[in-house]
Design a protein around this ligand. Structure first.
Ligand code: MOS
Length: 740
């Protein structure tokens, strides 16, 4: 076969649409009968609504309706019918359900008007009288009421049982460290805010939603409002970033559907940037890590305990501590993960949920251990390299982490590092070099796809997955183009539509492996059908050719041993009297393989920082992230995934911090003026290295890349800050005040 698209550096096939503004997002689709909804958010964190004063708002010209709990459309309120694919155990929050307030910023009314401006003006005039109760939003205040979640969340492994004698081994260890670690609450803040445009079409709904899974959202709407399946279609062709905030349907969707059903007209609800701080967030997690080792730095005991916040109404869970039993070899391990309830919205998945949090604490503690044992931090990691998954007692399906350490160290110039903290300077800056390991599970999900070839030689692949900026459009086009030997320009990809073949939510880094495998299977089925028609042609040069003796290339099927003997797809279809042929495939992960092997992606992240001692300002001058993630489908989009993850890691280490006010029970800095994310000036040199890694979890060898880029990045920066300054800051972000 000629060299294919898979593995190359293919520019985004959807790029021109995005940069020219032709790509439409959920809050942009126009409708003639469109009304605009603006959300009124609760100003208290806990209590109940006593009364509304809606007079002034209603008197605003253009106002069509004001929805509150007193007059919302009927919705189902049992937990079962609200379970979306990404929901944790509990009863999901339902907007306008009743008079109770369970968190600050909770939507209490939706003002609908003929224009956005009228709705916004009127929303500001809505007066709500509350009976407020004291609220607790800081998990540290709820430490004593931490509990084991009674019901586990689907797809989130609980901590493995203890192994060996972790307490005894810790007590006896000649070298030990322990510390409390914490990362500030972070909000997702994708460029595109959450928005839903609901077209009302004679009782049927066409919903444009900012979401990572249209199949899931459709089921959610159908169940919540008791609508017939055929009456709801959900579309999300473009998503302006999400990072997990779009995994679950959000309240603006429910409100927009409520209003459309009530008013029998189309309604759009777009959240403001402020309101983006009123739902999911990366949970505040109190972590303690204690490590014991021999004088050579070999681990003898690992203990990692975490208490994570959740809401009063759901038990959100993620795998925080499990990584500490996985990444390094150690026979004595104890891990615990408990929850504590706070009066906020339910936290949720945010890029590499759990791993980002837990691996930060582990990797900072490992760094501390390296100094305590006087062993180079990279060497210490190599000495404790895990050849086997000790949590599940399985071999790894593949693990090229060693190559990540080696190639990353070389590119970064780790050997120039002098071991002592505060020993490197440049001009007036202290210089520090740090390293950390990253890890994320390589998952797959059942996934369907359809491939359609038309007589003009054009191919379409379609499924309901999403492209949240990850490059899904492009990798599916590459896979399909290669499968049928077509130029990529002859391949169209359709995704983000619930009427297309089933896809799970696009998350967990499983989309490429799952959607890609399904697309490849559908194309393989098309190949068989093309050959069948080609063989059936009169005097066919392929009359007796078997599938593994032909090649599909340049729009033709040809004998492998004699490529001159070939038939074009167009002729094969024409002779069969077909305008188009179509194949649908249902991919399911190989359960036997998954039982036998542990599948993870890994990274080695190296960071260089410069610290201005007088000002306490940290600049990250260089990052090298070496990644082992199976087959890399597209060098460009894959690199972008890692760059984005690293930038979020820099944000976690130095900038991002949602600040809850204990008295008001509210995140106070709910805007980009006060919630800091890395700007261009904060991001300097980032180098991404992909090491070769062959894996057999699926035919393409894909492991997924969406999450691994962020895992370990914050720890690498924090460890570099310690190397530069000799100050160990365990509470992220490391803001200047913590270094002065
Ligand atoms: Mo990801 S946090 O599964 O979008």
């Amino acid at each position: 076969m000629p060299e294919g698209y898979v593995g190359g550096a293919q520019p985004r096939v959807d790029g021109p649409l995005k940069v020219s503004g032709l790509a439409q997002y959920a809050g942009e689709f126009p409708a003639e009968d469109l009304a605009y909804g603006v959300v009124v958010s609760s100003s208290v964190a806990k209590g109940r609504i006593l009364r509304f004063d809606l007079e002034a708002a209603r008197a605003t010209p253009g106002v069509v309706a004001i929805l509150t709990h007193k007059d919302r459309p009927t919705v189902t309120t049992d937990a079962e019918s609200h379970q979306d694919q990404a929901a944790p155990p509990g009863l999901p929050f339902i907007p306008l359900l009743d008079e109770r307030i369970v968190y600050s910023g909770q939507p209490v009314a939706l003002v609908v008007a003929e224009t956005f401006e009228a709705a916004r003006g009127a929303a500001a005039l809505v007066r709500v009288e509350y009976e407020a109760e004291p609220a607790v939003v800081d998990v540290a205040q709820r430490r004593d009421s931490a509990y084991d979640p009674p019901e586990k969340r689907d797809g989130v492994p609980p901590p493995p049982p203890p192994r060996g004698d972790p307490d005894g081994a810790f007590a006896a260890a000649p070298v030990k460290v322990s510390g409390d670690y914490r990362i500030a609450v972070e909000h997702h803040n994708p460029m595109e805010p959450h928005a839903s445009t609901v077209f009302w079409r004679g009782g049927k709904l066409v919903v444009h939603d900012k979401v990572q899974g249209v199949t899931n959202t459709k089921a959610f709407v159908v169940n919540m409002f008791g609508l017939p399946e055929d009456d709801v279609r959900v579309l999300s062709p473009f998503v302006g970033g999400a990072f997990g905030s779009g995994l679950r349907p959000q309240y603006q969707l429910t409100l927009a559907v409520m209003a459309a059903l009530r008013l029998k007209r189309s309604v759009r609800v777009t959240l403001t940037r402020d309101q983006m701080f009123t739902f999911t967030y990366r949970p505040d997690t109190l972590q303690t890590v204690a490590l014991g080792a021999g004088p050579d730095g070999r681990l003898q005991s690992i203990r990692h305990d975490a208490i994570a916040c959740t809401s009063t109404y759901e038990d959100y869970q993620e795998a925080v501590v499990n990584w500490s039993g996985l990444i390094y070899a150690c026979d004595n391990v104890s891990l615990s993960y408990r929850l504590a309830k706070v009066d906020t919205a339910t936290p949720g998945d945010m890029r590499a949920p759990g791993a980002t949090t837990g691996v930060y604490a582990l990797e900072a503690a490992i760094d501390e251990l390296a100094y305590a044992a006087k062993v180079d931090p990279l060497e210490l990691r190599l000495r404790n390299y895990a050849e086997r998954d000790q949590n599940d007692d399985k071999p790894f399906s593949s693990k090229e982490l060693r190559a990540c350490y080696e190639r990353g160290a070389e590119a970064f110039g780790w050997s120039r590092r002098s071991p002592e903290p505060r020993s490197m300077r440049e001009g007036r800056d202290l210089v520090g070099l740090g390293v950390a390991t990253g890890c994320w599970e390589a998952m797959m999900q059942p996934h369907s796809a359809r491939a359609t070839l038309t007589a003009d030689g054009k191919l379409e692949v379609a499924c309901a997955t999403a492209d949240i900026g990850t490059g899904t459009y492009t990798i599916l086009a590459q896979i399909a183009a290669d499968a049928l030997g077509l130029p990529i320009d002859d391949v169209a990809v359709r995704i983000g539509d619930s009427s297309l073949p089933m896809a799970p939510v696009e998350g967990g880094s499983w989309a490429a492996a799952s959607a890609g495998s399904a697309a490849q299977m559908a194309c393989a089925a098309l190949r068989e059908e093309i050959l069948k028609h080609a063989r059936a042609m009169e005097n066919s040069p392929l009359a007796n050719a078997a599938l593994d003796h032909v090649v599909f290339s340049g729009g033709r099927v040809a004998r492998a041993d004699d490529p001159a003997r070939s038939i074009s797809y167009a002729d094969a279809l024409k002779s069969a009297g077909r305008e188009r042929i179509e194949a649908k495939a249902d991919f399911a992960p190989d359960e036997e393989f998954q039982k036998k092997f542990a599948a993870y992606t890994h990274s080695a992240v190296f960071a260089e920082v410069r610290v201005d001692e007088e000002l306490g300002v940290v600049r990250v001058t260089r990052i090298v992230s070496a990644i082992a993630a199976g087959k890399i489908l597209n060098q460009m989009t894959a690199r972008s995934q890692i760059l984005g993850g690293v930038v979020m890691g820099i944000g976690m280490a130095l900038h991002e911090e949602s600040m809850p006010d204990r008295r008001l029970g509210r995140f106070m800095n709910h805007n980009f003026g006060e919630y800091h994310i890395p700007s261009h000036a904060d991001v300097q040199d980032i180098e991404v290295i992909f090491v070769d890694e062959a894996d057999e979890a699926n035919p393409l060898g894909i492991k997924g890349l969406g999450e691994i880029g962020i895992v370990g990045a914050a720890a690498a920066v924090a460890n570099a800050v310690f190397h530069a300054t000799g100050k160990r800051v365990r509470d992220l972000p490391i803001t200047p005040d913590k270094l002065l």
